[in-house]
Design a protein around this ligand. Structure first.
Ligand code: HXC
Length: 512
């Protein structure tokens, strides 16, 4: 090709990809790679890099193919006025498969993100390692994996899965902080249905193997589900609003008109109502939050533990709350993993933690014990013990057994612990305790039913109250439920300049 001294080559490279492939992409309800990038970022803010980069591989006829940008668009731009780095894989170019040049473009953007302390967002639509490039594509992925880990805890890493993603195209996202999927067009699997059939004989399809429903409800790989691509980009933009740019900063504070001293009659009636009646804890979170706004993360996975972001007096706060509507709010394997990862994310990025406790304990049973509830339950415990961000805990109703200790108790260094008068802090619920302590005595009594009733009442009167813990200083104050918002705001305001350091070591060994 003749050397050009104008922008013709550049203009050529910016042209819409192969029209047939572009049409097929659109027919699947999917957007094109550059279009996605432009919608994600603030209008006119996208600065593309490496547009002209091409594959150097000539094997399997690759040199005869036109592979614009080697199948990925990379650059930086702004989201709600703040800088981010981003990449968007182009499925119309060899199914977005990753070759060496493609990998180098992503690595460059990741390095820029870490060096400049800005979040990195990956839009993935890729068949994984590019088969034609062999070990170069495997090596390319490994370079990305390595950077994912170096960036972890330094800058927020966010992934949008916007097509069928396989192999390396799912391992890298799994190491990022939050994964978004779109219903009906996003898929994640190590190997596709055809390889599964060949290897195991199982017949399956994209949806059952790795659709948004599977990964948001069952595997827990996906944190946010969107109804469409624009909806996905809107959700990413609002999540970023709650996050700092990097681990050395705090999240931006937003002005609020919601009075700090706003009282909540709804919380008051909840605390005075039937202590056994389940309720959606999200409504409690919204009552406390500025303007009632709550961005729930990992909503469909382990719904017995709710996690997400609110603002209190304009400050971004991570919330962890037991949800009595599912498994009575008990902690099981999935909830422990979900909570542990969320607590560690907040701690890494200086987002204070509010814990709302209503927990009857760890979920018992053969399946849980064999599945490793001991190990997984310890992950949540470990995460809380390790976290040095400001931590405020409110016990709403039950706080039984080990789950009392785990859910942000004073003993594992929560800064302020409040309890509603309806709080019940005990080693276990009355029924279990009385059975263990008095089974023989009750059996031998003349009227076992009455004896049981008396013992239950005795136990409940003594233990199912916050006052014993308050008298020992484990609860800083028993508060009226209606005052929860003002109490937690006051506490977090006081803690805004908290300084504490973790003991010196290389890193801990969380029970993975
Ligand atoms: C090269 C690939 C490719 C790949 C897809 N294509 N995956 N080219 N390397 N890995 C090409 C196809 O040949 C096709 O090209 C085009 O992309 C579109 O693919 P289709 O199969 O027609 O699309 P679709 O039916 O939507 O299926 C998408 C898919 C499927 C599910 C991603 O292509 C697939 O299963 N690909 C292989 C997935 C895989 O096993 N990857 C693992 C790689 S190993 P033409 O020209 O025909 O249109 C890996 C390991 C990394 O990633 C390290 C991990 C630790």
């Amino acid at each position: 090709m003749e050397k050009t001294r104008d922008l013709t080559e550049r203009t050529q490279a910016l042209k819409t990809p192969d029209p047939v492939r572009a049409k097929s992409q659109r027919a699947k309800g999917k957007w094109l790679a550059r279009q996605r990038m432009e919608y994600l970022l603030d209008e006119g803010s996208f600065q593309e890099l490496d547009l002209m980069v091409q594959s150097q591989c000539a094997d399997f006829g690759l040199s005869e193919k036109n592979l614009p940008g080697d199948g990925v668009i990379t650059g930086f731009g702004k989201i709600n006025g703040r800088d981010v780095c981003a990449f968007s894989q182009d499925f119309t170019v060899l199914g977005g498969a990753l070759g060496l040049a493609h990998a180098k473009k992503i690595c460059k953007i990741m390095d820029l993100a870490v060096e400049n302390g800005v979040p990195v967002i990956g839009i993935c639509d890729s068949g994984g390692a590019r088969i034609q490039e062999g070990v170069d594509s495997l090596g390319g992925y490994a370079e990305i994996f390595y950077r994912n880990v170096q960036a972890s805890g330094r800058v927020p890493q966010i992934t949008a899965i916007l097509g069928p993603c396989a192999g390396g195209a799912v391992y890298s996202p799994a190491m990022t902080d939050f994964v978004f999927m779109v219903e009906g067009s996003s898929y994640m699997f190590i190997t596709g249905p055809e390889v599964v059939k060949a290897a195991t004989g199982e017949t399956t399809d994209f949806e059952k193997l790795g659709g948004a429903a599977v990964h948001s409800r069952v595997s827990g790989v996906c944190h946010f589900v969107a109804g469409s691509e624009p909806d996905c980009f809107r959700q990413i933009r609002s999540l970023l609003d709650y996050l700092p740019q990097n681990c050395f900063q705090t999240a931006p504070r937003r002005a609020t008109r919601d009075p700090q001293t706003r009282l909540s009659p709804r919380l008051q009636s909840l605390s005075e109502g039937d202590p056994k009646k389940p309720y959606p804890v999200q409504s409690v979170v919204r009552e406390i939050a500025d303007e009632g706004e709550f961005l729930e993360a990992h909503k469909n996975f382990a719904p017995n533990l709710v996690t997400g972001f609110i603002r209190l007096n304009g400050r971004s706060i991570g919330v962890v709350a037991n949800n009595s509507q599912h498994l009575s709010g008990a902690l099981d394997i999935a909830a422990s993993e979900k909570g542990g990862r969320f607590v560690r994310f907040c701690d890494a990025f200086n987002i204070p933690l509010l814990t709302l406790v209503d927990v009857p304990g760890y979920w018992p049973g053969l399946e849980q014990e064999r599945g490793g509830i001991i190990r997984h339950g310890a992950q949540l415990l470990y995460a809380y013990c390790e976290a040095t961000v400001p931590k405020v805990t409110v016990i709403l109703r039950k706080a039984y057994g080990g789950a009392y200790d785990v859910m942000g108790s004073k003993h594992i260094r929560a800064d302020f612990n409040f309890a509603w008068p309806s709080a019940q802090i005990a080693v276990m619920g009355p029924q279990g305790a009385v059975n263990i302590l008095y089974a023989k005595e009750i059996r031998q009594s003349k009227d076992p039913e009455r004896a049981l009733g008396e013992k239950l009442k005795q136990y409940a009167d003594h233990f199912t109250t916050p006052y014993i813990a308050a008298k020992r200083g484990y609860i800083d104050e028993v508060i009226a439920a209606r005052q929860t918002r003002m109490k937690v705001i006051r506490a977090f305001d006081f803690l805004a300049n908290k300084k504490t350091s973790a003991p010196e070591k290389k890193h801990g060994n969380i029970p993975l």
